[in-house]
Every structure is written in C-alpha cells, then in structure tokens.
Design a protein around this ligand. Structure first.
Ligand code: ZN
Length: 253
C-alpha cells in the first residue's frame, strides 16, 4: 500500500501483517491485538517521519519511507550539500527522538489523569504498563495509548544502542568518523557487531530467540555492507618516482 504523509512517499509493505500473526498468537484479545498492531504501526511511521523531516530540514532529499515486518527505513540522499558530521548524527537520532518525545508526553498526560483513574493506575511507568488489565476491563483507549508509550519509549531507547544496523550504530559512526576520519566507519561497524553478539547472547539466555537471531543478522549485515572509502591517490613528492599501486589499495566498485 502506498500513500503520502507530509509530502513523503510511504510504502507499507505486506510483511508488516506478520506482526499480527504474532499478536493473534499471544494471550491478548482480538481487539487488543489489533490495537497493539496499530500502536506499533503509528509508532514506526512517527519514527521514520522524524528521520525524514530532519533530512528535509537539513537540505537533503527523502526518496521514500518503507514500513515492513521488522520496522521501517527512510531512504534519502544528499542534494549538493554534504550531510555528514553532526547532521548525520541528527538524522540518525531524530527517529527515536520524536518517538520518545511523543511517548513520554503521553505518559505524563496519563499520569496527570488525562485518561482517567484507570489510565493513571494502569500506566505506572513508561515500561511498566498493565496492558493485560486494560484488555481484561475493556479499557481500549488506555490499552492503545499504553502500547504506544511502551513501543515508542522502550524500542526507541533500544534503537539508540550501538548495535550494528540500528540508529545507535549510525550515531556512533557519525561521531567516530568525525574524530577518527574515514576509518571510523569500519571501526564503528566492528563495535556494532560486538554489541550485536553481546545482545544476542543476552537475549538467547533469556529465551528471546527471535530477538537474538535478529541482533546477529542486523549487526552482521551492517558489517558486511561496509565499503572502503574511495581515497584520492597520494601525491608523490616531486622527483620521487611514482610507486606501483598495491592492488589492495584500490577501492572496490
Ligand atoms: Zn530509525
């Protein structure tokens, strides 16, 4: 399904429906499972809109936003100006930034009693939300808002971890390239892979097998997709014969 949001082309891939399979398989009621899926969908769209709006604000061009079964992605490119350094950091950080802003804002609203006494009690903290109680008592607005807060805050913070493939590793990459130069790219991907292995081990030990496999796949794919930067050939000092080029020094592609 394709549509436009704030001028950005959005492609909702059918694999997003896989999330429903997991939710219908859970102990929640049908209504609650659908609300869970809606909360995830809105949270993911908001996250990608955060990236897209930042790209546009900094003068880049957003090619499109894709929402799929494992989350989403915003495709963009530079338009004449270079989007690196703190700009790249801001683009990577703004997805979860928008989600955390919305999630924590709604959390504050619920705690102030905006969703009534039930919402105040059910939404204890951004990560302890009594969704089963809300489902049991048919408090669907509280359920939906609670699920949105949980997804936006918990997944938002996880996304900032420097695990290869997640926004956190792109933020780390922007910082490391800033301080180490081009080699910061590869170094940040290696750190992202190590973090991915550590998280996979942690998740596997606790029975989160799918999360463990995803952490390995994401961080591995991020390391494998590394391309050596194309550096200008060194200028030989005048008079010195040009050295034969080591084939290892040539950038691929
Ligand atoms: Zn993101």
């Amino acid at each position: 399904m394709r549509f436009r949001l704030f001028g950005f082309p959005v492609h909702l891939h059918f694999s997003f429906l896989l999330i429903l399979v997991f939710l219908f398989d859970s102990a929640y009621s049908r209504e609650a499972a659908l609300l869970w899926a809606a909360a995830i969908l809105i949270s993911v769209i908001l996250h990608e809109l955060g990236h897209a709006a930042t790209v546009r604000r900094l003068g880049g061009r957003v090619e499109g936003i894709t929402i799929h079964g494992l989350g989403g992605a915003t495709y963009w490119r530079e338009m004449g100006n270079s989007l690196d350094g703190w700009k790249l950091f801001a683009i990577a950080a703004s997805g979860s930034g928008v989600g955390l802003f919305a999630g924590l804002g709604l959390y504050w609203y619920a705690r102030m009693g905006g969703l009534g006494r039930f919402g105040q009690l059910a939404i204890e903290s951004p990560w302890t939300i009594n969704l089963r109680a809300a489902d049991f008592y048919d408090q669907y607005l509280v359920f939906f808002v609670g699920a949105f807060i949980w997804v936006s805050v918990v997944w938002g913070l996880v996304n900032w971890l420097p695990i290869g493939g997640l926004d956190g590793s792109k933020m780390l990459r922007a910082v490391m390239i800033r301080f180490l130069g081009p080699s910061g790219d590869l170094h940040s991907r290696i750190i992202g892979m190590l973090f991915g292995i550590a998280v996979a081990y942690w998740a596997w030990q606790r029975g989160f097998r799918i999360a463990a496999v995803l952490a390995l796949v994401f961080s591995g794919a991020d390391l494998v997709s590394y391309r050596r930067p194309i550096l200008p050939p060194p200028v030989p000092p005048s008079g010195a014969p040009p050295r034969p080029m080591n084939p290892e020094d040539r950038a691929e592609e």
